[in-house]
Design a protein. Structure first.
Length: 235
């Protein structure tokens, strides 16, 4: 609990400081604003190690430019750390995040793709158009197919938006498995010391039918998550 409290205080303080210290990046290119996200991610990595005793290990090859990164979502960790790991990430995020004071400025300037989850077909078409533009520029498009954080061992349906992006952009999809929820709680700042593992899995090439793609993506991610959990001593 002491480690969790220290990290929470350090994280909130560091975030507030970075919002103001990195303001010049808001007046640069979109890619410069994305680098602000990388600085935030690196600062989080340092705070996790120093205050919470949480480290990480990455396995597999980094996704190539112009690929879709489809990641398991268990905590805030992957949202922050993928920004530090990937050369040029663009996230598909819920629209509400762009309204967050401070952080939302950077999301908007960096060209993160905001989705109105109540917008229906028109929102989906807009997301696909923006995603295609980001991928053509060489960015890695980060998507959380479950649409929300899911605690380790739990399952949620994978949303069809990922299939639309796969079909309409013709991009390679790189599945990502991890066990971040074992060390950073799904909600809040409850920490458990140890090593978070993130695996970039075998890419899925374009051209599969929708049903086959969705089944393969879910099976590959969920199976790898079970293996990571088993290796780390979970059930």
């Amino acid at each position: 609990m002491v480690r969790s409290a220290l990290f929470a205080a350090g994280f909130v303080t560091a975030t507030a400081l970075l919002v103001f210290l990195l303001l010049p990046m808001l007046f640069g290119s979109r890619r410069a604003a994305r680098r602000a996200g990388a600085v935030w991610g690196q600062a989080t990595i340092i705070l996790l190690r120093a205050l919470a005793g949480v480290r990480h290990e990455v396995r597999g090859r980094l996704p190539p430019p112009g690929s879709i990164v489809a990641a398991k979502h268990q905590s805030a960790w992957e949202t922050l750390v993928l920004a530090a790991l990937l050369p040029d990430p663009v996230y598909v995020v819920k629209q509400e995040l762009l309204r967050v004071p401070g952080v939302g400025w950077y999301f908007r300037r960096a060209g993160q793709i905001a989705v109105d989850r109540q917008g229906g077909a028109s929102a989906l078409r807009r997301m696909v158009l923006e995603a295609r533009s980001a991928l053509e520029s060489g960015a890695q498009l980060v998507v959380f197919p479950e649409g929300t954080r899911v605690a380790p061992g739990e399952r949620r349906p994978y949303h069809p938006g990922i299939a639309a992006l796969y079909r309409e952009t013709g991009a390679v999809v790189v599945p990502v498995a991890l066990n971040s929820g074992r060390h950073w709680s799904r909600r809040g700042y409850r920490m458990r010391p140890g090593t978070i593992r993130l695996d970039f899995l075998e890419p899925i090439p374009p051209g599969l039918q929708r049903r086959a793609f969705m089944a393969l993506l879910e099976e590959r991610i969920e199976q790898a998550c079970r293996e990571i959990e088993a290796e780390s001593g979970g059930t």
